[in-house]
Design a protein around this ligand. Structure first.
Ligand code: ADP
Length: 461
């Protein structure tokens, strides 16, 4: 809350300053009274002057306790409202006390009348310009009232005999001139101090604005930095995994070639070893192909903006032709069901081909001969929905959340089909998401899996 009203919050602190200043004034006044008494015995009405000074000390003590209570208050809004009223009351009381002291010590003849100026400065620092002008009006009125009442003889005048001309207070022109000079001086002081104060406040506000926006910026930077660190960690992890995945087949190929070239294998074993090397090379090429596609999937995020409206059904029919041969080779039943009047989606055809190919080839790869693979394409009010369902080996529940991770393969998949990179689904997920879509899997171990993806209709984007 205090952050919202920094300048008002400052007022609460300045009230303490005003109270300390008043203690100084009390001590100063008492010392002046004593000093004047020593130098000019009998000049001042010591009793009443000391009584007024004691009254000032007394109300300052009350103010001190009130300020402490105000500080302890929990509600900042209440604190701010009370502090403003509190400042008005203090300044008004001080003006009355000063006028009384002056009245008891020579009225207009007292050179300390200039002390009104200090009160104007204090008011301009603490209060708004309007309130400060009101304070100047009050001070001028009090001074004028004192001068005129003494002039008219309605209140007694206490002469400062021997210090100034004791008849000045009865000099009409002098009294009027004093009132005029005092009032203009007070208003001018308030005008000047308030405008400086206002400028300082505006500058403080600007600084506060700047520091707030700096804080927001540095918070933003911190968040960005954390994101970058995470990205960097993910990239390092990816590099380590890729290197590891590449190293295994290369090591096998190397040792196969080493055996043959070193003449350690019998001629009949040689062919077997070379075939193994060839097999590992195929796997390596598959991995390189998948890694290239993964890079393509990363680029899909960048290319998403350039995507054209396409018919997902056309891409599916294309892929279906190739996959049907694979499915038939494995004695699988493949059914494709495409809803009529399918809306278009915004995507690159080659990316969508990759999505269908990966999902379909997985379904065929992880389904035992005699199984069924069902592909369907439909739509709802916002999305075009593609589903690839199979009656294959399924995915263990504990692996479901991880199969879209790069290089992740389930143990049962590794056992049944050692060839595989674990990159295909990561590519699919990236591509679908880069076009504003989503993909998820439902599966039951031993009974089959169902992959569903949704892409926003072209008109919605
Ligand atoms: P790959 O098939 O090369 O291993 P993918 O990224 O395509 O890599 O798949 C990751 C893993 O998800 C597979 O290894 C397999 O464990 C599991 N998986 C994917 N599709 C299916 C499916 N239709 N049935 C069962 N498991 C699947």
């Amino acid at each position: 809350m205090e952050e919202q009203f920094p300048l008002q919050a400052e007022l609460i602190e300045r009230i303490d300053w005003l109270i300390s200043l008043r203690w100084l004034a009390v001590v100063g006044t008492l010392l002046t009274i004593v000093g004047v008494h020593v130098c000019f015995p009998g000049l001042l009405l010591q009793g009443p002057l000391v009584a007024v000074t004691t009254a000032i000390a007394f109300y300052n003590l009350l103010f001190y306790f009130y300020a402490r209570r105000l500080h302890a208050s929990r509600s900042t809004v209440l604190k701010l409202r009370q502090s403003t009223v509190f400042a008005y009351v203090q300044i008004a009381l001080d003006l009355i006390a000063l006028t009384t002291l002056l009245h008891l010590a020579g009225g207009v003849e007292n050179p300390f009348v200039l002390f009104f100026v200090f009160h104007m400065i204090i008011a301009s620092i603490l209060l708004s310009p309007t309130a400060s002008f009101l304070v100047a009006l009050l001070a001028s009125s009090l001074f004028a009232a004192m001068a005129l009442l003494e002039y008219k003889g309605l209140v007694p005048h206490h002469n400062l005999v021997g210090l100034v001309n004791p008849e000045l207070y009865r000099h009409g022109t002098y009294v009027l001139a004093s009132i005029l000079v005092m009032s203009t001086t007070l208003f001018l002081v308030v005008y000047m101090t308030s405008s400086i104060s206002a400028r300082l406040r505006a500058r403080t506000n600007q600084l506060l604005e700047v520091s707030r926006s700096h804080e927001a910026k540095s918070r933003e930077l911190e968040e960005l930095n954390t994101k970058l660190q995470k990205l960097d960690a993910a990239r390092t992890k990816f590099m380590v995994t890729v290197t590891h995945e590449l190293r295994a087949p290369v090591a096998t190929i190397y040792s196969c070639l080493d055996l043959v070239l070193g003449g350690f294998a019998s001629p009949e074993k040689e062919r077997q070893i070379l075939e193994r090397a060839q097999q590992r090379t195929t796997e390596l090429l598959d991995l390189v192909k998948d890694l290239l596609e993964l890079t393509g999937a990363r680029q899909a995020e960048v290319q998403a903006e350039e995507a054209e409206p396409i018919q997902l059904a056309d891409v599916l029919r294309n892929v279906e032709e190739l996959m049907r041969v694979e499915a038939e080779n494995k004695d699988l039943f493949l059914s494709v069901d495409i809803a009529p009047n399918l809306p278009l989606v915004r995507a690159k055809p080659e990316h969508m081909k990759t999505v269908w190919t990966n999902l379909l080839s997985n379904a065929i790869k992880y389904t035992e001969p005699g199984g069924i693979v069902v592909v369907s394409l439909s739509h709802n009010p916002e999305y075009v929905v593609g589903v690839v369902r199979d009656t294959g080996m399924g995915i263990p529940a504990e692996d479901l959340s991880r199969i879209f991770e790069e290089f992740y393969r389930t143990a049962n998949a590794r056992a049944i089909c050692p060839q595989g990179t674990g990159v295909g689904l990561a590519i699919v997920k990236r591509m679908v998401e880069s076009y504003g879509g989503k993909i998820w899997v439902e599966s039951e171990l031993g009974r089959g899996s169902k992959f569903t993806f949704m892409l926003p209709k072209a008109c919605n984007r």
